[in-house]
Structure formats: C-alpha cells, structure tokens
Write a new protein. Sequence first.
Length: 262
Amino acid sequence: MNFALILLLLCAVTGALWAADRFYFSKLRAPEDKDPVWVEWGASFFPVILAVFFLRSFIAEPFKIPSGSMKPTLLVGDFILVNKYTYGIRLPVINKKVVELGVPERGDVIVFRYPPNPSLDYIKRVVGVPGDKVTYRNKRLSINGKEVETKQIEDFLETGLAYLPRYTEQLGKTSHEILIDPQSPPHVQAIVRYPYQNNCQYNMDGISCTVPPGNYFVMGDNRDNSQDSRYWGFVPDENIVGKAFFIWFNSSGEFKRIGSFH
C-alpha cells in the first residue's frame, strides 16, 4: 500500500472541499447556519491531513521493524523514526530528490525501497559507498583491502533458544553490534540477478564487490540471517527513503528500548 499516495489524494480532495467552502459556500450561509456534513467531515480535516502529509514526506516517517535481520540493533516490534531530509529533500510519492543535503555514510542505517520490488521497504546498514571494494569472506568484512575492526562481547540470546556470538564493529565513525552464527556456511546462496552483478565475485568463502556510482552496498547486523546486498545487489540512491535514527515504541513491551538507537 502506497500510504504517501493515499495521503496526497486525501489532501487533494479535502483541500478542494476546504477551498470551495472557504471562498464560496461559506459566504452563502447565514452566520447562524450549521456547517453542512461535507464541511464537517471533509474540509475540516484538510489542515490535519496536510500537516501529517508534510511531516511524513519531508521531516520524519515512522516504520515498524518486521524481521530480525537487524538484530541486535533493532528488534522485531520496534517502531522507528526515519529522517527524511538527512540525504536531501525528495518529492513525495515519486521519491525524486530535488535538493541535495548529504549522502549516506558507512555505518548509517537506512530505509529504502527494495530494488527487486520497490513497493516494499527494507532497512539495512550501509557497508559500502560508491567506489568501495567490499569483501565479506569467511565472515570477516574488509573495505578497500582493510579489515573492519571487530571485538567479541557477551553472547546474544536469540529468541530464548540459543546464544549467538556478538561483536562490536566499527564502520567509519559508527560503532554498532553484529551477530554471527558459526553454524551457517560462509558462502551466499539463492542469488537474485541484479544490475551491476558483474561487479561482484562469489566463491565458497563469500563475496567481493566493487560498489558502482550512485549505489550502496548494505548488510543486516544479523549477518547470517539477513537478505541483503549479498543476495540481490546494490541499493540505488533513488531508492533511499531516509536515515533511521530513533526507536519511539516497542510493541513487545520492552519499553526500555524507547529512545535508544541513533
């Protein structure tokens, strides 16, 4: 469901009703007359819908985390806010950038339109920016020939069933946690054909890719349980929705998570 399009249509309809009443029909009514139903239930909602549309399109948009691919950073049931202007101002619905304000950096967590099916929104962490050579072999990440710094910390309890090794990882200025399942194979399976696929080399140890211009290489923090750029390719700049930065609610009752993540 394209919620932005629905809001735009509601703005257009209620705005037309508001304008018709404001500049024509209200002048025909006597001061003591009650507003007609179409004004009460149509035109009166226009300012509210317009405010929601503006905030959601240009300031911040809420999203719910649907899967565990970003554990331990983001959990299923987390509701997050996404900054819509960090990387530039985009026209709503068509997502076309009209003002450049910045670009994604390594370590940023971004929401984007899933390249194989742009009607779906995905959330992952930026690992490689245009021009980077990203290598992930034997579950070790290297960028431009330099291995990314990691440090093992206490294990993570996965859904009450098993413990997974947890590490801190330093990507640029961002330090975050990742999970690695030692039982999962290092090679990538079930690859989807994607643009610039010849920029990547696969073998039984993993993958190595050179990120093309205007694209980004993204991965989930739950490295062995994430469908990401290793499987379906790069994220074009025009698919990016914004930068995730804040947990404002958790539907699982873990209220201590509210306000965390940045």
